[in-house]
Design a protein around this ligand. Structure first.
Ligand code: GLC
Ligand code: GLC
Length: 651
């Protein structure tokens, strides 16, 4: 019955489509709309079917998709068709990403074009440029408080510069990833300003309340994201006499997705950036899209419905474009952002693997892999046609987002263990060489997260200052070890700009009053191109890290087992310092790579049979794909040197 209703509505909509839309060649659009309309209708109906204006809104949604389809440049329409034919393209092991701030890395978008050779030198072929949309000077949360969703901020240039950059990257088969900040706008966005001026239509774009009554109910169950700088989840707005929901900073107003007009606006914006050459869109803070009293207002079912609807609409207009879910949530929740009960991703094809990231940091601090091994068991399998974004550092803080129960199973007490990790990375723990700072400390819960650059967190900054060659050596090894893990785990490795040359903390932010309250700025550096030049000077720190990563990327590209067509198989080595898993080439199951990492300062060994599962790999033939050498063996035991990893393959 539903199917019939959706069909007749589709016909009705098509009849009413504006004449200027009809004139265009809409062949592919119609085919894709036909294939996806039932799903689109059902989801839109689930979310908004109770409204009197449901039909008009559905009409507007289809019109939005059609208009953006017409606006879509031919070169991207062509890519859509190619990718539809080769829909597994992004699971290939050839992709390696890097996230960067345009201004920090290159200056303007125009200058970024001149840095493409650097990506190619390293082997990076997916570039995530952190937000470039217009935002206010001061209160911008690093670009995540957008005041105009259709404009490139003038600090970076303009849309034309972006189009040119996209074309340049495209020619070199480098993917472009852009951010779309879905959950909120800046308080200086036109919608917010109209709302303040009393326009009810735009007041309904946000969550606004005349008194504290409803906000107080929400607060009972909502956690605080930025407890130090923006306590609570509501802000009283001057000149309006209302409380506005502001989950992040007080100048970031949460959008009200229970209003279909908001959904349609944001869908239009997603397609707008797709049409400006983004191959991949990073959807920011997706866990927060739906708010409900009595919940944490994260991971609600409707947030998933909204993402499914966005994906289906994108399939119609720009099917070649992928979504990344930025959902920094519990392990069991993260995988749901691929969509549930499916093979293909129904929501986002790619998701940040925050669980793996946090667990790797636990292994660094404890020098063992107990929690890493345990915690990964709680990470659900991904869908077949979906993939992880594996990373060590990004522009945000490190949240210790693993499960308390896993901490217990790994043999620790959750509260003191979390305390230890914070103390360790902020250098408070006796003997710690880390130079991080706490972020988001909450006085009420005692929770905190961690800021700091990769190099400083693993002791490089401290070692250089002390002039301690052994510690420098260890830090370099740990940086390489961690990259060895994200490059082989399964998924797209995402490097963070500067990490490839051992960039330490940047303390300039302390002097900038717009940044000083937010320690995340210490790991959002201005890239040092002189330092980067040292990558070509033998035996410098820069050279050793850069060349190691470069080699890893090149080797990875040749290893079919590293493509992400299946989930890794964890291996229990019985040695708490070792982390081991196996990757299998789906076309030849005997073609496998055994990854083993040693997080300890001392050599560790393991009976090789424990890892190879009785004969599936002949250990006499094992060699390490990364170094090209045979691994160290002692009798029947595999020996892993301190802070080293192997990518073992049987010839
Ligand atoms: C995302 C961004 C983060 C920002 C937040 C609010 O989590 O990565 O930097 O503060 O969203 O937009
Ligand atoms: C919280 C949010 C995440 C955001 C981060 C910014 O962890 O869940 O989305 O990136 O805060 O610090």
């Amino acid at each position: 019955m539903y199917e019939q209703v959706s069909h007749s509505l589709l016909n009705e909509i098509l009849v009413k489509l504006k004449p200027d839309i009809k004139a265009e060649d809409l062949r592919y659009f119609y085919i894709r709309l036909g294939a996806n309309f039932y799903a689109i209708y059902s989801l839109f109906h689930l979310l908004y079917g109770h409204r009197d204006d449901f039909k008009q809104q559905a009409q507007r949604l289809v019109e939005t998709m059609a208009r953006q389809y017409i606006a879509r440049p031919d070169q991207y329409k062509q890519k859509d068709i190619e990718r539809e034919k080769d829909h597994n393209w992004f699971l290939h092991q050839q992709w390696t990403g890097m996230a960067l701030y345009c201004d920090g890395f290159a200056g303007k978008l125009k200058n970024l074009k001149d840095r493409v050779a650097y990506f190619q030198d390293l082997g990076v072929n997916m570039v995530h440029i952190l937000p470039i949309m217009s935002c206010p000077r001061g209160s911008s949360d690093g670009g995540y408080a957008v005041s105009d969703f259709r404009k490139v901020d003038e600090r970076f240039g303009d849309l034309e510069d972006l189009d040119q950059l996209a074309t340049e990257l495209g020619k070199r088969d480098i993917l472009l990833t852009l951010d779309v900040v879905l959950n909120h706008t800046s308080n200086e966005h036109e919608w917010a300003q109209k709302a303040v001026a009393g326009d009810e239509r735009y007041q309904d774009y946000y969550y606004m309340f005349p008194s504290r009554e409803v906000p107080d109910m929400f607060e009972q169950t909502m956690p605080e994201i930025f407890p130090e700088t923006a306590p609570g989840n509501f802000t009283r707005v001057e000149g309006m006499d209302k409380w506005v929901m502001t989950v992040f900073k007080n100048y970031q107003w949460d959008l009200n997705y229970s209003n279909p007009a908001v959904f349609i606006e944001m869908m239009d914006i997603i397609l707008f950036w797709a049409n400006h050459g983004a191959d991949i869109l990073r959807l920011d803070a997706v866990a927060f899209l739906w708010k409900k009293i009595g919940t944490t207002c994260q991971n609600e079912r409707e947030a998933h419905l909204i993402l499914q609807l966005m994906k289906d609409c994108c399939q119609v207009t720009a099917p070649g474009v992928l979504f990344i879910a930025e959902a920094i949530v519990a392990p069991v929740e993260v995988a749901k952002y691929f969509g549930e009960d499916a093979i293909n991703a129904k929501e986002c094809e790619i998701a940040y693997n925050a669980t793996f990231m946090a667990l790797l940091w636990d292994a660094v601090a404890t020098r063992n892999a107990q929690l890493l091994n345990q915690g990964l068991k709680s990470l659900p399998d991904k869908l077949e046609r979906a993939t992880w974004l594996n990373y060590i550092r990004c522009h945000d803080d490190i949240g210790l987002g693993f499960d308390d129960n896993d901490i217990r199973l790994a043999g620790y007490d959750p509260i003191p263990h979390r305390r230890f990790l914070i103390d360790y990375f902020t250098g408070q723990f006796e003997g710690s060489v880390a130079r991080g700072k706490p972020f988001g400390h909450s006085a009420s819960t005692g929770d905190a997260r961690i800021s700091g650059s990769l190099a400083s967190l693993v002791g490089l900054e401290d070692a250089i200052e002390k002039g301690d060659p052994e510690q420098i050596e260890d830090a370099i090894k740990i940086i390489i070890l961690l990259h060895g893990m994200i490059m082989s785990f399964g998924g797209i490795p995402l490097l963070y700009y500067g990490d490839e040359i051992g960039t330490t903390n940047d303390y300039k932010y302390v002097k900038d009053e717009r940044k000083s309250g937010d320690t995340r700025w210490m790991h959002r550096p201005t890239f040092d191109w002189e330092k980067a030049e040292l990558r070509n000077k033998p035996n410098t720190i820069e050279n050793r890290i850069f060349q190691a990563l470069k080699k890893m990327i090149a080797v990875r590209r040749e290893v079919a087992a590293f493509a992400d067509f299946n989930n890794r198989e964890l291996r229990d080595s019985g040695n708490p310092h070792l982390f081991a898993f196996c990757r299998v080439n789906p076309s030849y199951v005997s073609d496998r790579v055994l990854v083993v990492g040693n997080f300890d300062k001392h050599p560790q060994h393991v009976e090789i049979e424990k890892l190879t599962q009785a004969g599936s790999m002949q250990h006499c033939q094992l060699h390490d794909l990364y170094s090209g050498e045979k691994p160290v063996m002692f009798k029947n035991a595999l020996v892993v040197p301190p802070y080293r990893f192997y990518w073992l393959h049987a010839r």
